[in-house]
Structures are given as structure tokens and as C-alpha cells.
Design a protein around this ligand. Structure first.
Ligand SMILES: CCCCCCCCCCCCCCCCCCCCC/C=C/C(=O)SCCNC(=O)CCNC(=O)[C@H](O)C(C)(C)COP(=O)(O)OP(=O)(O)OC[C@H]1O[C@@H](n2cnc3c(N)ncnc32)[C@H](O)[C@@H]1OP(=O)(O)O
Ligand code: FAD
Length: 659
């Protein structure tokens, strides 16, 4: 009986795949970016999936200690394979992605190395990078403290220059100055880039980066004056608990002067502070780099959740025929489609805007090399805003996918609880999303204030230059409605701030509206980049049409969700709003036959998906059934604790009932 049922489900996905109206192989290329990218990703995914060391199906059942040891083992094994197979950087990063377990290596490669590259002099890079590249040292990024994270200028750790010994003295003067949160710090790192207030000649010059050794390279014990450990268990089972986020205190620890990262400013042998001619915001460069990579990661996490929910929705049947005929696949319910398809469209939207952001970041970096700082503000606004909007949407979407999978979505074996738990801190780390959106809002307000002086906005703010037109027109074209909404919200905020007694007070009072204006601006960027993508030459039967559909779904869904903004700013009429919603329903009907193929195009292995509900073969029920028996609770038929707690209770009740 069970076998027959399973076979029917498998056929179901085959039928879905056969119904698709486009070339899935070509869509894989559109998603990955090139044939080469598909091939490398495929090779790395299979390499990981076929290696028993990278097993992860038991992860949520491991104790914290076992989970951490498992992470160390996987990282060491991954490194061994990278060296043995002479993998390129591209291949190694993909291998890391498919291993799919947060660990100290992320901070070593993702923040420690980039901080030295971005803030170290050539000499410092020559000294430290080869050690880091060969893993002769392991580094982390120690910025956040117990008392301050968002407010970087409020950090309290001090680095006081001692001209007598040519050293900096690193110290944690208060409890709240303890470094708190850095990943990899708790147990693995030997070194850190530590952010501290530079004090020389009795003057506080604010936050600067320093390379500090924390642990012995002989036996890994903390160096004198260094107190450090892990900050404790985090949200969910498995998930981010594989990472050793740490606490660190310094008691007058001395480091040589040349371990201050000196590209942006220097302290001379005599203790004189010298500022270079580069903008001091480059101190935040590592965060900008990671924020752009987080946008690309959002599309990965979102596409995984959507892949699970779409495949399972094609398998799952509820209600339907009253006369004993087949039941309805839940994917056919209009409500399921209206909740799920916008998330599918968002996965594609975030993928393409992530690619664009990566291009922008590379372009800005090249300009910085020739001392052209003109696009620094654009890079900050786009990375901060897109990081905030895409991570918040993705976290909400993963939870929505869990609900879309009904009760089974709540099981660890669905993969969704762990995916949510591991993903949700992305809304906080690398800048709390609200704090980042307020940065975007500040830049928007600055741009609006410059409009009257005739300064033409550039880059993603260029549309604001069409202020005369956008403030008056009724919008027939979709992008124009998005532009008008974003501009009008920004101008409204600016006008309201202008009425306050001072700018700062006005900004503070209007900050909830400013957040919404920032979101509107960022959504315009996402829609624009999706439209630009579908205007490109995209090969493959039906691929362009599918992407066009998804682009329309993303735009109209965003419009529908924020209709209040569009109406309040007069960017659309209620009639246009109603028509957009009508249109959305029609688009869902076009997505429906292609839904399974559209998630197949992500090309994820079952290992990477880590979900019994999202299996490629659709064999969900036998897998769910089997998985249950693997739980440690089922190792014995009678549970541990029976003799201590259940039997006496039951006996007592028996005695009482006999009385
Ligand atoms: C399995 C093993 C295999 C082995 C594998 C081998 C290879 C594998 C490779 C693997 C690679 C992995 C890669 C993984 C990626 C990394 C994973 C990430 C994990 C995440 C970990 C988390 C880390 C952290 O969280 S680090 C801490 C982050 N902290 C923050 O983000 C703090 C947020 N706060 C701020 O940014 C600031 O304080 C801010 C901006 C809110 C305010 O700053 P301020 O100084 O007070 O400035 P303000 O007055 O507001 O502005 C002044 C001025 O400056 C402009 N500005 C601000 N910021 C920037 C900026 N970043 N860039 C440019 N300009 C900026 C601002 O606009 C103002 O301008 P003006 O108005 O013109 O003056
Ligand atoms: C899993 C994880 C990994 C991390 N890894 C690292 C790491 O490797 N290295 C590192 O240095 N740090 C790391 N962090 C720290 C992280 O960067 C900070 O937690 C983050 O920047 C948020 O700062 P906070 O904790 O101070 O939040 P807070 O700023 O205290 O936020 C609390 C609340 O206050 C609000 N708020 C704060 N300021 C404002 C404002 N100006 N206006 C309006 N609202 C405001 C926020 O929106 C939020 O709702 C990590 C954090 C996590 C969760």
C-alpha cells in the first residue's frame, strides 16, 4: 500500500516536470549566470553530497559540543579536499556553500582576510595574508561589544600608544567593552582584527582596526591578559550553534605598533597621528563587502525554502472531489499560489539584484584603487538597503514556506526550521536592518535637499532628478509608479523634517516614515534590475517569457502589498490598484504549470536542500516515515525515565483507583 502510494507521488512530480513550458536546462544557466557557473556548482554540490564527512541529516540531534566538533571536522576535511584537488577560489567558495554549516572559516575568509586587504598597508598585507591564506593563523572580526553593536563610534575598547616601547596597549576598561558576538572567536581563532579607540598623545582619535594575537600557536591557550570563550547557545537546533560566537576581554595586552592597520591612518614612532588622504568611511569597507555577499545569500536561502514548499505543494493533496475521485494538489489552491508564487518571484528578483550589486561593488573597488571615491555613497546606500530589504523578506518568506507545508513543515526533517533559525540573524548581523535603512534614508534626504541647488543625482538615485515630472504625473507605466512612489515618499519626509525646529529632531520624529521611504527606494532598485535583466538577450525555449512573468509577479505583488503607499502618494489610482491585483491572479495561473520546473532550475541536490519534503523524486511519505524512526527518542521502545517517573505515577494512580 505504502509503496503504491509513493510511486503515485513520484509520478506526480514527473507529470509536473513534463507540463513545464520552457527549457529547464537553459533556465539553470540564466539562474547561475553562465554554463560554466552551472557546471562548477554541479561538480561542487556532488562532491559534497557524496562525501560521508559532509553528512548533515543528523545535525539537529547533536549536542552543542558534538556539533561544534563536527564543524571543526568538516572545515578541516573541506580544506584537505580543497588543497588535494587544487580547487580554485570559485570552486572552494561553492564547496563551502554546499557544506552548508556556519563555522569559523566564514569569518576567517569573509571578514578577517578582507579587513587586512582593505585596511592594511602593502607591507602589512605581505606579512599577514600568506599566513591567513595557508591557515597558519585563524582570524575573526572583533568589532561588536556587549554594550554597543550598531553604534560603532560608541565602542569602548582602547588601544593606547606607548612611545616608550613602541607598542599599543589593548584594554577592556568596562564590562560593556567586552567584545561579544564575533564568530570564530569563542574557540577557534588564533588572531582577530580588533576595533578599538586609538589614543595617542593623550587624545582619542576614535575607532581603528588592530591585528591582535589571542591564542598560542603552540597549544591554543589564551595569551597572557586575554580572557575569552563562547557566548552560549543560540536560537534553534543545529543552525547557527555550529558557530563559536565569542566573548573577549583584554587586560593591558601589548602589541607592536605595526599591528595597527595603517592604510587609512598611521601613528608614527613618536606617537604622532597622521590621517591619509582616503575617506575615513573605508574603515567600514569590510562590512560593505559582506553586506553585498549577504544579498546574494538571500536568494540562495529563499530559493531553498521555495523549492521545498513548491515540490511539497505539488505532492500534498487535501480535499477536492466529493465523489471519491482524486483529491486536489494543494498547489492548485489559489490561496497557496498567491502566498507561494510571489516568494518564487522574489527568489529570482534577489538573485538578479544580487548579481548587479556584485558588479557595483567590483566597480566601486576598482575606482577606489585609483583614488576615485565618487561612488562610495552609492555603494553604501545600495549594500545597506538591499541587505536590509532582502534579508527581512527572506526571513519572513522561510517562515511562510514552513506554514505552506502545513504540519510537516514544523518537523526538523522538513529542513525549514533549521533554515529559518540559521537565516534569521541575517536581519541583525552586519547591521541591524532598521539601522541600515535609516542610513539609506539619510542619503535620500541629502539627495532631496540637493535637488533645489540643481545638483543632478546619479546612479540609483538618478530618477529623483525627474522630480518635476514625477511629482505631477499620473503613472501609466509600472516603473514610473515605483519611481513616483519612492520620490514622493522621500519628498514628503523632507518637507516634514523641514518643519521641525532642527534637522536631527525632525529626522528622529519622522524615522518610521523614513524607513518606509527607504524601503520604497530599495524596492524600486529591485524592480528596475529585474526589468533590466529580462530586457537582456536570454537564450533557451520559453526562458525569457518565464522570467518576464516572474518579474511582473514581483512588481505587481510588491505594488499590491504596498498599495497604501501608492494611493497615499497619488502614484496610482484605486482603479489601477484593483487592475494590478486582477492581473496578478492571471499571472499566477501562468506560473502554475511551470512552478516545479522553475524550482528545479535552482539545481539543488537533495543533500543541500536537506529536506524530506523537498526531495527531487517527490517520495515524501516513505521518507518522512523512515526519518521519524531515526530520532534518538526511538532508540528504545520504553523511554528512559520510565522507571523513575512514569511507572511510579501509573502505579500510584492504580493504587488510588483501588481505594
Ligand atoms: C567548509 C570550509 C571550507 C573552506 C573554505 C575556503 C574558502 C571559502 C570561502 C568562504 C567565504 C565565506 C564568506 C562568508 C561571508 C561572511 C559571512 C558573514 C557572517 C556574518 C557575521 C557577522 C558579522 C558582523 O555582524 S560584524 C559587525 C557588523 N556591525 C555593523 O554592521 C554595525 C552597523 N553600524 C554601522 O555600520 C555604523 O555605525 C553606522 C553606519 C550605522 C553609523 O556609523 P557612524 O560612524 O556613526 O556614521 P554616520 O554619522 O551615520 O555617517 C557618517 C558618514 O559616513 C557614511 N557611511 C556610513 N557607513 C558607511 C559605509 N559603510 N561606507 C561608506 N560610507 C558610510 C554616512 O553615509 C555618512 O556620510 P555623510 O552624510 O556624507 O557624512
Ligand atoms: C549570529 C550573529 C553573528 C554575529 N557575528 C559578529 C561578528 O563576527 N563580529 C562582530 O563584530 N559582530 C558580530 N555580530 C554582532 C552584530 O553585528 C550586531 O548584533 C548588530 O550589528 C546589531 O547591533 P546590536 O546588537 O548592538 O543591536 P542594537 O543596536 O542594540 O539593536 C537593538 C534594537 O535597537 C534598534 N536601534 C538601534 N539603534 C537604532 C537607531 N539609531 N534608530 C532606531 N532604532 C535603533 C534596532 O533596530 C533594534 O531593534 C553578530 C551578531 C549575530 C546575531
Amino acid at each position: 500500500m505504502a509503496v503504491d502510494h509513493a510511486a503515485a507521488e513520484v509520478d506526480h512530480l514527473a507529470a509536473e516536470r513534463a507540463a513545464a513550458r520552457f527549457d529547464v536546462e537553459a533556465m539553470k544557466i540564466a539562474w547561475a549566470g553562465s554554463r560554466h557557473a552551472v557546471d562548477v556548482a554541479d561538480r561542487m554540490a556532488r562532491l559534497v553530497a557524496s562525501d560521508p564527512v559532509f553528512r548533515k541529516d543528523n545535525r539537529t540531534m547533536l549536542s552543542r559540543k558534538d556539533l561544534f566538533k563536527d564543524t571543526l571536522r568538516k572545515a578541516a576535511h573541506a580544506w584537505k579536499r580543497i588543497v588535494e584537488l587544487r580547487l580554485t577560489e570559485e570552486e572552494a567558495s561553492l564547496l563551502r556553500q554546499y557544506v552548508d554549516q556556519p563555522g569559523y572559516v566564514d569569518l576567517h575568509w569573509g571578514m578577517f582576510v578582507p579587513a587586512i586587504k582593505g585596511q592594511g598597508t602593502e607591507e602589512q598585507q605581505k606579512k599577514w595574508l600568506p599566513l591567513a591564506y595557508k591557515f597558519q593563523i585563524i582570524g575573526c572580526y572583533a568589532q561588536t561589544e556587549l554594550g554597543h553593536g550598531s553604534n560603532v563610534q560608541g565602542l569602548e575598547t582602547t588601544a593606547t600608544f606607548d612611545p616608550m616601547t613602541d607598542e599599543f596597549v589593548i584594554h577592556s576598561p568596562t564590562l560593556t567593552s567586552s567584545k561579544w558576538w564575533p564568530g570564530g572567536l569563542g574557540k577557534a581563532s588564533t588572531h582577530a582584527v580588533v576595533y578599538a579607540r586609538l589614543i595617542t598623545e593623550g587624545k582619542d582619535y576614535g575607532i581603528h582596526g588592530f591585528i591582535v594575537q589571542l591564542r598560542s600557536l603552540e597549544d591554543h591557550s589564551p595569551l597572557p591578559g586575554v580572557t575569552l570563550g563562547d557566548i552560549g547557545g543560540k536560537f534553534g537546533s543545529g543552525a547557527y550553534n555550529s558557530m563559536d560566537n565569542g566573548v573577549l576581554r583584554f587586560d593591558h595586552v601589548r602589541i607592536p605598533r605595526d599591528q595597527m592597520l595603517m592604510r587609512l591612518s598611521q601613528v608614527t614612532r613618536e606617537g604622532k597621528y597622521v590621517q591619509s588622504d582616503v575617506p575615513k568611511q573605508l574603515l567600514y569597507g569590510t562590512m560593505v563587502y559582506v553586506r553585498q555577499s549577504i544579498v546574494a545569500d538571500a536568494s540562495k536561502a529563499l530559493s531553498r525554502a521555495v523549492c521545498i514548499a513548491v515540490r511539497y505543494s505539488a505532492i500534498r493533496k487535501q480535499f477536492g472531489s466529493q465523489d471519491g475521485g482524486p483529491e486536489t494538489q494543494v498547489l492548485n489552491y489559489r490561496t497557496q499560489q498567491s502566498r507561494l508564487f510571489p516568494l518564487l518571484a522574489s527568489a529570482y528578483a534577489f538573485r538578479f539584484v544580487g548579481d548587479w550589486l556584485n558588479w557595483l561593488y567590483t566597480d566601486v573597488t576598482q575606482k577606489l584603487e585609483v583614488k576615485d571615491y565618487s561612488t562610495l555613497q552609492e555603494a553604501h546606500a545600495c549594500t545597506a538597503g538591499l541587505k536590509a530589504v532582502t534579508t527581512s523578506a527572506t526571513a519572513d518568506a522561510i517562515e511562510e514556506c514552513r506554514k505552506l507545508c502545513g504540519g510537516h513543515g514544523y518537523l526538523n526533517s522538513s529542513g525549514l526550521p533549521e533554515l529559518f533559525a540559521v537565516y534569521v540573524p541575517a536581519c541583525t548581523y552586519e547591521g541591524d536592518n532598521v539601522v541600515l535603512l535609516l542610513q539609506v534614508a539619510r542619503i535620500l534626504m541629502k539627495t532631496v535637499s540637493q535637488l533645489t541647488s540643481g545638483k543632478q543625482p546619479v546612479g540609483t538615485m538618478a530618477y529623483m532628478g525627474k522630480v518635476q515630472h514625477l511629482m505631477q504625473s499620473k503613472c501609466a507605466v509600472k516603473t514610473e509608479a515605483f519611481e513616483a512612489r519612492a520620490l514622493r515618499m522621500a519628498v514628503n519626509c523632507a518637507q516634514n523634517i523641514g518643519q521641525a525646529s532642527n534637522q536631527e529632531e525632525g529626522f528622529y520624529e519622522r524615522s518610521p516614515d523614513l524607513l518606509e521611504a527607504a524601503v520604497a527606494h530599495i524596492q524600486l532598485i529591485i524592480v528596475t534590475k529585474f526589468i533590466e535583466k529580462v530586457h537582456q538577450d536570454i537564450p533557451g525555449h520559453g526562458v525569457k517569457e518565464q522570467l518576464q512573468n516572474l518579474c511582473n509577479v514581483y512588481a505587481l505583488y510588491t505594488l499590491h502589498k504596498h498599495l497604501g503607499d501608492f494611493l497615499a502618494t497619488g502614484s496610482l489610482t484605486p482603479k489601477q490598484g484593483a487592475l494590478a491585483n486582477e492581473q496578478l491572479g492571471k499571472l499566477y495561473a501562468q506560473v502554475r504549470p511551470n512552478a516545479v520546473a522553475l524550482v528545479d532550475a535552482f539545481n539543488y541536490t537533495d543533500h543541500y536542500l536537506g529536506s524530506v519534503l523537498g526531495r527531487y523524486d517527490g517520495n515524501v511519505y516513505p521518507a518522512l516515515y523512515e526519518e521519524a524512526w531515526k530520532d534518538p527518542l526511538n532508540e528504545t521502545v520504553v523511554p528512559e525515565g520510565y522507571h523513575e517517573y512514569l511507572r511510579p505515577l501509573l502505579k500510584q494512580q492504580l493504587k488510588l483507583s483501588r481505594l
